[in-house]
Design a binder for this molecule. Sequence first.
Ligand SMILES: O=C(O)C(=O)Cc1ccccc1
Length: 334
Amino acid sequence: MNGKSLKVLFLGPQGTYSHQAVLQQFQSIPNVEYLPATSIPQCFDELEEDVTVDYSVVPLENSTNGQVVFSYDLLRDRMIQKAQSSTTSAKTNMITSDIEVIAEQYVSITHCLISPIELPNGVESLERFEEVVIHSHPQVWGQVDGYLKSLEEKFPSLTFSRSDCSSTSESVYQCMRSHAASDDNILHLAIASETAAQLHKAHIIEHSINDKLGNTTRFLVLKRRENTSRNEIESTELPQVNLLTFTTRQDDPGSLVDVLNVLKIHSLNMCSINSRPFHMDENDRNWRYLFFIEYYTDGNAPRNKETFYEDISEKSKQWCLWGTFPRNGKYYHK
Ligand SMILES: O=C(O)C(=O)Cc1ccccc1
């Protein structure tokens, strides 16, 4: 890099877990400009549309409650949009996305219950209110479900409600703004990281409220695809992860197995599989599925990449290789 500062997008504002992920990815690189996006779609759109943006970091899945469907659907939509246009190579039915995945990051998630005001008796102070509104990112609810149920059982006379926000750190800001404008009998709280509480000068009522220890979110690092040829990855000992999406001839019996069997034929080990519903157009039937698989490649497999890709082409309806990137060592941590 010729001293030009790198511009990197993340789901902001500062203090989000995405902010932590982007710092982990780029902290060793000088002259990085961190740009907070207001939504996950904006993390995709601005990377595609603003050539001055170099990278974007988005949450993909959580170890407690699985897919961040917002991100999966943004990848899905881009593949389907391309499939609907004529840009798909007729010969290989391979779709070349405008963005590619170049790395992954893992962030340990430690949610805190955060208040805009000091509560002298901590969580016991809730009993002096009639209503509690809890603000957070929708991905959080499935990670603190048990904790919230215990809170409702502890204070049966209180009315609890939830307010979805664009991010955890944003939820602290919204909680403080809402509290300033609300009745004395309503308490607005947020669920976010300790960093987010500190940045917004809010008060942590309870630490580590996530239901499962080791709660971790996986993030993808995206960049614009520089050229349509599949970038050859320099040889490395680290296992390489490949993210590939595909659709099948769904009415043909065994169509999904036939695609997955290509991995077996080429001695490739699959490490994840997910699916999301899709429609080719607004008249298309329901219950079509686009599949997301990840598999490892290394020096030994596949023995012949071009044959592997030809076999994937033959067995799938459309397919897209989003990227090949090193397995981050944090994948193995808990
Ligand atoms: O809102 C954030 O802090 C994010 O980065 C998205 C998110 C939300 C909940 C868990 C992990 C990531």
